[in-house]
Every structure is written in C-alpha cells, then in structure tokens.
Design a protein around this ligand. Structure first.
Ligand code: SAM
Length: 536
C-alpha cells in the first residue's frame, strides 16, 4: 500500500518541469499550467504551488509547510486552492485516514523536486499513522526503535498532524528503518540532501538567499505595501503603489515582482499592465491592521534582529551577545540594551505581543490549568499571553508582573477594552514576587544562563503553595539538539542578543527538579513554542 502510494513518482516527473517554469513565470502562466495538467490528477497543480513552498520548506515544521500550502494555493488557481486546502486538512487528520494516502502524496510534493523527496513526505505523514495500512514501514519503525518521548503518548491530540521538521526529508526506504523522533534521522536527511544537491545546489542557493527573501517581506511591511493593497478595492499597478507610498516606480516594481515570486502577492495582467493584489495570507498576517498581524514582529526583526545578526560571526567566536558592537551597550545588562530607548522598548514589546497571536492559545491550553485560581505571568510584558490565559480560564485571576517601565508602557500602549488581566510591577531577580497558585515563565528562562534560571525557579518554588505550579513556555530543542530548526535559530538569537539559550525538555526538567518541583510534564505543540508544567 505504501509503495502504491508512491504513485507520486509519476507526479514528480512533472514537478521539475512545472518548477522550472514556475520560478521564472508570472502566476497567470503558472495557473494555466496547473489547469492544463490537473486532469492527470491534482498533482501538477499542487506541484506548482509546492515548488514555491519548497524553497522555504526544507527547514520548517510540517505545520508551517501546510500553511505555506494554503498560502501558495491562494496565490495560484481556484482549483489549486480547493485541492491544497483539502490536502492540508487531510494531512492533519492522517492518523485515522485511509484515503489520506493519495492526498498525502500532494503533501509530499511540498518538499519535493524528485520522486525520492515525494516518498519522504508520504512517509512523514504515515510515520505517525499507526492505525492505517502503511504496513511494514510503520511496524519496522516501532519495532526497531524506542517509543517517542512519553509526552507524545500522554497527549494524544498532539499526534494529529503536528509533527517536526527533521524527518520530513528522510527518504521513504530509510524512513522504514529510522524512527522519526530520533537522532539518526538528521544524519540520514543530511546524506539525502547532499546527494540531491550534487546535481545542482538548489537548496544551498535558497539558503544563501534566505536573508534577501526576509528583507523583501520586511521592506514591503516597512513601506506599507500590504496595508495599501488590502485597503484597495482593486488590484494596483506598481506605478500606483509607488506613487501612493512615495517610492521609485522601478524599485517598487521589482519589489512587487519579488513578492509575487515568493507567493506573498498575486498579479494579473490587464491591457499589458501588471496589477498586484494581496493574498489572503498577506492580508491576514502582514497588514498592520489585521487582528492576526505579525507586522510588529517583522519590524523588530528588520530593524533590531537584522543588525544584530550581521555580527553573528563575532557572537559565535566570542560566545556572547553583540549588544556592544551593534548598539554600543554593555553585554552584561541584556534588558538595558533591549530597552535602550522608549522607541526600542515599544518595538520589542510589539514583537512579544505579536508572537502570541500565533501560539498563545496552544501553549496555555497545552494543559488544563483551570484548577489554578491565581496565575501570575512573570515577565509578562504586554499581557498578550496573560490575556490568552484569562480567556481560556475565565474563573482564574491573571496578573502580569514586569519591570515598572514595561508595565507602564503595556498599560499605555497595549491595553484592551474589558482588560481581563491585572498588572504588578517589580523585579523578579532582586525583589519580591506576588503569591500565586501558578507562575508562568514564558520566554524568560531562555534569556538567562542556568544559574540565573535556578535562582528564579527557587524564588518561585518558595513563593508557591504545595499543589501550586509553574508553567514554562519556550521553544524547545529536540533532546539531541538536531531541531526543530526554529528553536535552533532562536538559540542563536539568544547568543547574539541575550545571555541564555534554547534548551531541550530534559534541561528544563533538570532545573525544575533541582529546585524541588516534581510531576513535570512536557507538551510539544508542534508550533514554535511548547509548554512544561511542574508542580510544587
Ligand atoms: C523575552 S521577554 C518575554 C515576555 C513575555 N513573557 C512573552 O513571552 O511575550 C522577557 C520579559 O521579562 C521581563 N524582565 C526582564 N528582566 C526582568 C526582571 N528582572 N524582573 C521582571 N521582569 C523582567 C522583560 O521586561 C520582558 O517583558
């Protein structure tokens, strides 16, 4: 059954063709291709979208890949949209599906330029498809390797389509012998990638250019391209966009074309003029006014993280942050550097705020926290996560604890009507912390070296009543540190900007046990951030 599933091989043969055209064509050309080919099976239509996804897919989680599918599908044809949306749904329900095989193939195309890569993703989908008829591959895997971390079995809802990046590139044949949760996957993946790259280093070139792709999006955000297009009743020419935003027509045309190239915008040609419009994904995440806007995150990445990362080689060489070199501020006081001006503090707070648009609900509902009546979010910044808490647990009282200037700015710039959270000022290292049943530390421990983490956890332990707890929310590395790529990259960010690092669940468990906490449970959400709950 599994090999029947590699009917994808057939599809893959058309992929490179679609791909090579698609990279240099406009969307309407691509669309025609997809309509033309999709009678053979939806594969080609998908492939086309997939290819665009592919460039970013190699290092992302499957979840991201799925979103990208949807994104791409919106850029492409109506037909593709339906197919792709259904693919992503099927993919997430694959644990119990049978028809899912066929659809899984299209998921595989996300990663693929070759038959081998297609199989890879098919195996990815089925690697956790225990009840389905994948047969030997799954059985072998289970027989040969230890079960996944206990959290995976303890929290079955996390099985569903929430998987990690590494094994998505493991060839099917090898996958039958390799457990997707375990280390050797990445070496198998590396081997596979390097072999396929010998023909032509597509992936390497994409990686090299990754920063330019980021900068295309950053620039469009900074200039207000997405807001303009969202608010326009009709698609706009590059000349109109340039005039409205006060840029050069030539520069704007190149920028808009690049955004089309990465599927962030759509283009159609009318009377020989290219007219640009926003995709749904751009409108949802990149426009400033959207409820799910990541605009503030992008601005911070562009204006603060980007310059810091240009000193990454020194950070790696010296093993410490580059606040001195980048901003002329001492490396010892991380938050003095981050809050070096009111403007910078607000930008940082904007970044913090927008992350929880994506992950907030998942991390606060990773465990049932309704038994904790009083919750204090230590270093809770704007209160974005605290608001998610208050929404999920309406009978609990939720308080944000943070430095005085942060609380003041949070109340002034980030408060909401019917504010359901209270604020409390203080310093969690040098001062008292308020009494609570549950303490939240979201993206706090990753800022600090172990001794400071232990100091803070001890303080929490002492303030906490027996039966109370602490919830850690962090981007957690795999135990072998071979992924997820997002956590690996965040860890580099902690190196260049802070004093801490991203850690694996066992490192957090170790610190929690050392300070006296027990009953430690880990929940991987499959998105960027995960949760750990420990009880006093
Ligand atoms: C990386 S941010 C995380 C913010 C928030 N928890 C979130 O995940 O969005 C770290 C937070 O810790 C706060 N912080 C840093 N040092 C602190 C201290 N000594 N006492 C209280 N809060 C502190 C910062 O102001 C900031 O809001």
């Amino acid at each position: 059954m599994l090999f029947a599933c590699t009917v994808g091989v057939t599809l893959s043969q058309s992929v490179p063709l679609v791909h090579s055209r698609c990279r240099s064509c406009r969307v309407d050309v691509a669309r025609a291709q997809s309509f033309g080919s999709c009678t053979v099976g939806v594969g080609v239509a998908r492939a086309q979208s997939v290819l665009l996804v592919h460039s970013r897919c190699c290092s992302c989680t499957v979840g991201v890949a799925r979103s990208q599918l949807v994104l791409v599908s919106l850029v492409h044809s109506r037909l593709a949209r339906a197919q792709l949306v259904s693919v992503s749904l099927v993919h997430s329900r694959c644990c119990s599906c049978t028809v899912g095989f066929a659809r899984a193939q299209s998921v595989s195309l996300v990663h693929s330029r070759s038959a081998r890569a297609q199989s890879v993703s098919v195996s990815l989908v089925h690697s956790r498809c225990r009840p389905c008829t994948v047969g030997a591959a799954t059985a072998n895997r289970e027989a040969e390797y230890p079960p996944p971390p206990s959290t995976h079995t303890r929290l079955p809802r996390l099985h569903l389509g929430r998987s990690f990046t590494i094994h998505s590139f493991v060839p099917l044949v090898r996958c039958a012998r390799v457990h997707p949760w375990f280390p050797r996957c990445s070496s198998v993946m590396a081997e596979h990638l390097s072999q396929s790259e010998l023909d032509y280093p597509f992936k390497l070139l994409e990686y090299f250019n990754g920063f330019r792709v980021s900068k295309v999006i950053f620039t469009a955000c900074e200039l207000g391209v997405f807001d303009l297009l969202l608010n326009s009743a009709e698609p706009l020419s590059s000349r109109t966009v340039a005039r409205e935003l006060g840029t050069s027509p030539d520069g704007m045309e190149r920028l808009l074309d690049a955004l089309v190239g990465i599927d962030i915008l759509e283009v159609e040609v009318a009377d020989g003029t290219a007219l640009y419009s926003s995709t749904d994904v751009a409108s949802l995440y990149l426009a400033k006014g959207s409820a799910k806007s990541l605009h503030d995150m992008i601005i911070y990445q562009s204006q603060t993280i980007y310059p810091l990362w240009s000193n990454m080689a020194d950070a790696v060489r010296e093993g410490r942050n580059q606040n001195q070199k980048t901003f002329g501020l001492p490396p010892e006081d991380v938050f003095q550097a981050i809050y070096r001006s009111e403007e910078e503090m607000l930008k940082f707070m904007g970044l913090m705020n927008s992350s929880w648009v994506l992950d907030g609900h998942d991390v606060v509902t990773a465990f049932n926290l309704s038994g904790f009546q009083t919750i204090v979010d230590l270093g809770g910044c704007t209160g974005a996560l605290a608001r998610e808490m208050a929404q999920a647990y309406p009978s609990s009282s939720v308080t944000v604890f943070d430095l005085p200037q942060v609380v003041e700015a949070a109340q002034q710039h980030f408060s909401q009507e019917n504010q359901a959270v209270a604020f409390h000022t203080g310093d969690f290292f040098s001062g008292e912390i308020p009494a609570a049943d549950l303490y939240v530390l979201a993206r706090i421990l990753h800022d600090w070296p172990e001794e400071k983490c232990l100091k803070l956890l001890r303080k929490i332990y002492n303030a906490c009543k027996p039966g109370g707890g602490v919830l850690l929310v962090e981007a957690m590395l795999f135990e072998n540190r071979r992924g997820p790529i997002m956590a690996q990259i965040f860890s580099l960010n902690m190196l260049v900007q802070a004093e801490g690092r991203e850690r694996a669940p066992s490192e957090y468990s170790h610190m929690l046990s050392k300070t006296g906490f027990h009953n430690i449970q880990v929940c991987r959400t499959g998105k960027s951030y995960d949760s750990i709950l420990a009880i006093r």
